[in-house]
Ligand binder design. Sequence first.
Ligand SMILES: [Zn+2]
Length: 219
Amino acid sequence: MNNIRSHFYRKRYLASLFLLFCYFAFCFIDGEGSAKPRLSPQSTPSKLICKAFYSPFNDSDRKSFTSITHRLVGTYGEYRKSYKPGHLHAGIDLEGSFGETVFAIGRGHVHLIFRDFPHLTVIVKHQLPDGEPLFSVYTHVEQVKVNVGDWVDERSSLARLFNEDELSRANFGTPNHLHFEIRKSIADEGRASYASMTTDELNKFCMDPMEFFQVFLEE
Ligand SMILES: [Zn+2]
């Protein structure tokens, strides 16, 4: 009787081992060598999707489009003579006080940090509800508080604006500001930000952040 029982348990143990093996084999084949499930727009967990966007500054109402317009000192697509003379401005310039904290505009992860004073840049990648990626770009900042790969949301401070000394060293001849871009793609590796000579070239990678805020802030 004991022999029959131990034979039965042994068979059940071997069957469990076999099923476990099949499970891991399936994971590895399906995940191209990784047991992690692959993400596609259809299967993106809702917690990864950015459903709401906010002002990058800690204004009393971060969903107010008017508070953004009050800070606007440089518009999208305007003529610029720095770098490649005649290129079109790829973002907007938002005035801020010395050392003011800059926040992420919504849920996403830190995709890239470009450290080159006075153009230090943090890029956050977001996932829209329709599955499309979107990048928010924060330039002319210092003291970055995040690392590449960090998950952030609208409560996450990314960095701060220049202090008085940094602004004078930058020698912009403009008010202290955040250069802010919304990008559909960064496949140009940043070139569109300083070398777009026509609106078509600019719009291939970027969009007007004021139009973006108008749609996404007060909806
Ligand atoms: Zn700018």
